[in-house]
Every structure is written in structure tokens, then in C-alpha cells.
Design a protein around this ligand. Structure first.
Ligand code: IPE
Ligand code: IPE
Ligand code: MG
Ligand code: MG
Ligand code: MG
Length: 299
């Protein structure tokens, strides 16, 4: 049991991230207004802000401050939000609710939802480039960060996982293929968030290897819990429709392994996450508390 006050830690960082996102996103009356309204609608709907908080925590675990990484933290949230807007489209998971509101395409139509997603992904890389202007941040490190994020979001990362997820609907797949889907569609972005935060914070190679490995286990556990919540949660607690996976005949951890074995696997991965972080000593307290939160969360 840790005495670390995770609730206060998260609340403070969410406040910083929300204010920065609001400031970075073009205003609703910027021409053409429809796409800017659609972008702001989904990003500023809330959400746990886990990816930007992992960027910040990655910087903090190596002794840097949130302000050193804020543009990149926001960039990861923009990429994540683009992935949610597209994931909800009729051609993909066809969902009506997200973050407690109607999905982007339900409000703005498919075309603007697709374009708002494209715009968020593009703007994300503009923000990462802006991180080079933060005093003390080396432009070479920013180049490495661009490459790492692009790889994590692309076909050997998130997009690749989404492709196999869609292509596996209604099929029988192996445990190994299911793990591929989850590692790519979800863990890649979570792992990259922690890793680029540490990179910008000045981590050495050993520290980077530790956070990347921790982020990977955390990310896989996160998606296993997402699958469990799709079975056990509700629209009220999740802010998105429960039962979506069964309706779309997705292969999920609970469907393939059962709820109890899935929960055990998530817990095992979280213990692994925390043991990889132990090299950081007392500085690992926020991340270890965050890791426990990932398996215990109800939304
Ligand atoms: C949902 O992510 C999509 C997955 C990758 C499982 P989150 O559960 O982090 O969604 P928000 O950002 O809190 O809305
Ligand atoms: C989505 O996985 C992962 C993404 C890259 C968006 P899900 O399809 O399970 O996410 P939810 O449950 O709709 O949030
Ligand atoms: Mg999906
Ligand atoms: Mg979905
Ligand atoms: Mg899900």
C-alpha cells in the first residue's frame, strides 16, 4: 500500500493538460469553423488524459518538469483522440457515444469526423516540433521523439493493431494474434508516451529501456481492462456504450480467456510494470500508483 496521493497528482496534471490543450487548439471561429468545432468537441470532452500524463510522468521520473514536455504531452492526446474519432466511425466500431457525449460523426457527419481526425494527427506533429523551442530541450532529441511517435502511431504500431482488429471481427484467432492486436492498437501509444517523456526529460539509454518496457506492460494491461469493462461496465460509468465488442464480434481477452484469467493477466502485467520501474527509487511512486489505477479503474 502506498501513501502516494494519486487523486491529487492526476487532478493537478489533468488541469495543466486541459488548459494547454484548450490553448493549443484553434478557436471554433477559425476558418473553416466546422472542422475546428469538431476537433474541440472531442478533445475537450474530457477523458482520463492518461497518455499526456504518462508523457509528464516519464519526464518526472528522470527529474524533469511538466513544462518541458507539455506540447508533446498534448500531441499524444491529439493522436489518441483522432484514433477514437476514427475508431467510432460506422465503417469501424460504429459507436454512438464517447466521453459521455454523442460520437463525433453523429454530431458533425462522417466527412468532417474523418477530416477532424486527420487534422488532429497532423497538428500533433506540429506541436512536437514546437517542443524544440522549450528552453533546455535539444532539437536532436525532438527529432528522435518525432520518429518514435510516428512509428508507434503507424502501421507497425497503432494503425497496424487497428487493421488486424477490424480484419479479425467474427473470426477465430489465436492468443498470440490477440496479443499482437492489443500490443499494437493500444500499448504502442502508451509505451511511446512514457518513453518520449523520459527522452525529452534527458533519460539515458538504461532509463529509456526501463520505461519503454514498463510502458509496454502497462499498455497491454490497459487494453485487457478495457475489454473487461466493455463486458462489465455501463454507458453511465464508461461514457461509451458497453457491449460494443460482443456486438461487433471482436476477439477480446475475456472472450478468449474468460474474465478471471484476463484480470489475473492484467494484474501480472502491472506487477511487471512496477518491478521495471523500481530502478527509479522514490521517483517511481507516481507511476507505480498510476499502474495500480489502470487495473482498478471503473472507467
Ligand atoms: C480508450 O482509451 C481507447 C483504448 C485505447 C482502450 P481511454 O480509456 O484512455 O479513453 P479516454 O481518453 O479516457 O476517453
Ligand atoms: C481502440 O480499442 C483502440 C484505439 C486505437 C482507438 P477499442 O475499440 O476497444 O476502444 P474503445 O473501447 O472503443 O474505446
Ligand atoms: Mg476498436
Ligand atoms: Mg471501439
Ligand atoms: Mg474497447
Amino acid at each position: 500500500v502506498s501513501a502516494f496521493d494519486l487523486e491529487a497528482y492526476l487532478q493537478e496534471r489533468r488541469g495543466l493538460v486541459d488548459a494547454a490543450l484548450d490553448g493549443f487548439l484553434p478557436s471554433e471561429d477559425t476558418r473553416p469553423p466546422s472542422v475546428h468545432r469538431a476537433m474541440r468537441y472531442s478533445v475537450l470532452a474530457g477523458g482520463k488524459r492518461l497518455r499526456p500524463i504518462l508523457v509528464i510522468a516519464g519526464a518526472e521520473v528522470v527529474g524533469a518538469s511538466p513544462s518541458a514536455v507539455m506540447p508533446t504531452a498534448c500531441a499524444m492526446e491529439l493522436i489518441h483522440t483522432y484514433s477514437l474519432i476514427h475508431d467510432d466511425l460506422p465503417a469501424m466500431d460504429d459507436d454512438d457515444y464517447r466521453r459521455g457525449r454523442l460520437t463525433n460523426h453523429k454530431v458533425f457527419g462522417d466527412a468532417i469526423a474523418i477530416l477532424a481526425g486527420d487534422a488532429l494527427l497532423t497538428y500533433a506533429f506540429q506541436l512536437v516540433a514546437q517542443n524544440a523551442a522549450v528552453p533546455g530541450v535539444d532539437a536532436k532529441v525532438v527529432c528522435d521523439v518525432v520518429a518514435e511517435i510516428a512509428e508507434a502511431a503507424g502501421t507497425v504500431g497503432m494503425v497496424g493493431g487497428q487493421v488486424v482488429d477490424i480484419e479479425s471481427e467474427g473470426k477465430t484467432i489465436t492468443a498470440e494474434e490477440l496479443k499482437y492486436i492489443h500490443v499494437h492498437k493500444t500499448a504502442a501509444l502508451l509505451r511511446a508516451s512514457l518513453s518520449v517523456g523520459a527522452r525529452l526529460g534527458g533519460a539515458d539509454a538504461a532509463a529509456l529501456a526501463a520505461v519503454a518496457d514498463a510502458g509496454q506492460s502497462l499498455g497491454l494491461a490497459f487494453q485487457i481492462v478495457d475489454d473487461i469493462l466493455d463486458v462489465e461496465g455501463s454507458l453511465e460509468t464508461l461514457g461509451k456504450t458497453a457491449g460494443s465488442d460482443e456486438r461487433k464480434q471482436k476477439v477480446t481477452y475475456p472472450a478468449l480467456h474468460g474474465i478471471e484469467a484476463s484480470r489475473r493477466e492484467a494484474r501480472r502485467l502491472i506487477e511487471r510494470t512496477k518491478s521495471r520501474l523500481s530502478v527509479f527509487g522514490a521517483r517511481s511512486a507516481p507511476l507505480c500508483a498510476l499502474a495500480d489505477f489502470v487495473v482498478e479503474r471503473k472507467s
